[in-house]
Write a protein that binds this ligand. Structure first.
Ligand SMILES: Nc1ncnc2c1ncn2[C@@H]1O[C@H](COP(=O)(O)OP(=O)(O)O)[C@@H](O)[C@H]1O
Ligand SMILES: CC(C)(COP(=O)(O)O)[C@@H](O)C(=O)NCCC(=O)O
Ligand SMILES: [K+]
Length: 252
């Protein structure tokens, strides 16, 4: 069986593939406690992992610890996939390609193979936005704090700003501290994504598709004033594509 892992800064998502059987997948938040994370994964995936592919943005030290625990608990050598200069028909915009978050790279590769030119918004621990043109050229992107990080920075930087109730956020003016924060961070994020998409659609095409993924995609999507395609598993889809060599450079 092949096990694919998407390790973000907040959550780990996994997908188990064995030929002829339906894929199994799941995920959970981690606190960088790699040992217990891997033990729980081993309970779910059993001991028949033959190939283990990891897309991680946990950093070098995290990856080293993760590798040790995966070897211990699953008995399979993890293969870490990092962003290349080019691959699967897509060209990395970074002069130092490996510095591009592999989650961003894989989501972009997957989307380009599905639709060509596109904008990809990943509402994760950080909110990232990337653009790729019809030739597979990565045009670059942005990295801004995700919703939880925005809230957290307010809590850390102030004495009194706290969120005490969990009323769903809107884009409207807040009439309590909680609403002021929740509505504010939501509106900031929506305004940022909207502003960039409107500008990119002047060059890519005015109907260029926008894909949205990540743990907060469901929070943002209803408030965006344009159609977006929610795809929660873009990173795992992209990893499976590049690993199985299906990303052979031709689109579609
Ligand atoms: N069950 C959950 N566990 C952790 N974060 C969650 C969960 N559900 C929604 N979120 C939100 O999603 C963000 C994490 O996004 P996600 O894409 O899952 O993680 P990562 O950034 O690790 O890829 C968190 O910052 C939080 O705002
Ligand atoms: C920007 C990210 C932290 C997003 O990861 P996530 O929010 O999913 O944990 C990740 O893509 C990353 O570590 N990138 C490296 C820096 C860069 O992409 O330029
Ligand atoms: K992510």
């Amino acid at each position: 069986m092949r096990l694919f892992l998407d390790i973000g800064n907040t959550a780990m998502k996994w997908r188990l593939y064995s030929p002829g059987k339906p894929r199994m997948q799941g995920g959970q938040a981690h606190r960088r406690d790699w040992a217990s994370l891997v033990d729980e994964l081993a309970q779910r995936c059993g001991g028949h992992v033959r190939e283990l592919w990891v897309a991680s943005v946990a950093g070098r030290e995290g990856d080293q610890l993760l590798e040790k625990e995966l070897l211990r608990a699953l008995g399979a050598q993890p293969r870490f996939y990092y962003s290349p200069a080019a691959g699967a028909g897509v060209v990395n915009a970074y002069a130092d390609p490996a510095r591009l978050g592999v989650d961003r790279w894989l989501a972009m590769v997957e989307v380009w193979h599905r639709t060509g030119a596109a904008v990809i918004v990943d509402c994760g621990s950080a909110l990232t936005l990337d653009a790729v043109d019809g030739n597979g050229q990565h045009l670059g992107g942005y990295i801004v704090p995700g919703l939880a990080m925005l809230r957290g920075s307010l809590f850390q930087g102030t004495a009194q700003v706290r969120v005490t109730d969990s009323a769903p956020a809107t884009l409207g003016l807040g009439c309590s501290t909680s609403a002021g924060v929740e509505n504010g961070v939501l509106r900031m994020s929506v305004a940022f994504v909207t502003d960039v998409v409107v500008e990119l659609r002047k060059t890519l095409s005015d109907t260029c598709p926008v894909f949205i993924t990540g743990g907060d995609a469901a929070v943002l999507q209803p408030h965006l004033g344009f159609a977006t395609q929610a795809e929660p598993d873009l990173v795992l889809d992209g990893l499976e594509r590049v690993v199985s060599g299906a990303g052979d450079g031709t689109q579609g």
